[in-house]
Design a protein around this ligand. Structure first.
Ligand code: 2AM
Length: 217
């Protein structure tokens, strides 16, 4: 294996600064607690294996909070080398950006925060970011670039974090087709998308400074 291939990371992304990690985690906890207290949610508990669930225990945290841009798999993923050589990626490496977390969502598999990317941030988004998961979400290619951008906050037992972006795209595809009626809460508008999928559009987006970098593992 040529050295240049082995030097590619597992993934590139924005890593939330440690000062904001706790803020985001507590916003997520607040969301889960609010959800659990709602009759609407209790009426749909079947989605979560039927029994009573403590959402805070149902999901386990994965890595330090980040928003993956390109999963390179040490160079084995399609387009990894091209991404690493993209001038925008090279130029921004190590810079701090402000991410805007505009919604929180859960499914029986994952809990995450949607990231709404700015024009500048979209330059770091890979061209195939959404198309890559078309087999899981057929409508993915018709969603705008950056739709998959998210921070994984936790996964159910045995679930890999790559699932969070797939769950987000599924919710957005349903939203595009026909958004269900919203319940207005103090934190924002909550919608139920069936099969245990809930999304809260935040009234006040959470602003999270994050460093664009990569993870080798
Ligand atoms: P995540 O972005 O939803 O958290 C290491 O596994 C990181 O790369 C995780 O952050 C994970 O998911 C992300 N990841 C894993 N496989 C991926 C894939 N095929 N495409 C995009 N991101 C992936």
């Amino acid at each position: 294996v040529p050295l240049e291939d082995t030097s590619l990371p597992l993934y590139y992304g924005w890593f939330l600064l440690s000062s904001v990690q706790e803020k985001v985690k507590s916003a997520a906890m607040g969301f889960l607690k609010t959800l659990e207290s709602l009759d609407d949610f209790k009426n749909h508990l079947d989605d979560f294996a039927g029994k009573s669930v403590e959402l805070e225990q149902y999901f386990e945290a994965k890595a330090a909070l980040h928003c993956t841009t390109k999963f390179c798999n040490y160079g084995k993923a399609a387009g990894a080398k091209e991404y690493a050589q993209n001038p925008a990626v090279v130029k921004s490496y190590g810079s701090v950006f402000e991410l805007s977390l505009t919604a929180l969502f859960i499914t029986p598999r994952t809990v995450g925060a949607r990231v709404s990317l700015t024009e500048e941030q979209l330059h770091l988004w890979p061209a195939d970011g959404e198309k890559e998961v078309e087999s899981d979400v057929p409508a993915a290619a018709s969603l705008p670039p950056g739709s998959r951008a998210h921070v994984t906050l936790g996964c159910a037992e045995g679930v890999q974090s790559v699932q969070t972006g797939i769950d987000l795209l599924q919710i957005l595809a349903l939203q595009q087709a026909e958004a269900p009626a919203a319940k207005e809460l103090e934190l924002g508008s909550l919608r139920y998308y069936g099969e245990g999928r809930w999304m809260l559009e935040l009234k006040e987006p959470v602003r999270a400074p994050a460093c664009f970098s990569s993870f080798y593992g």
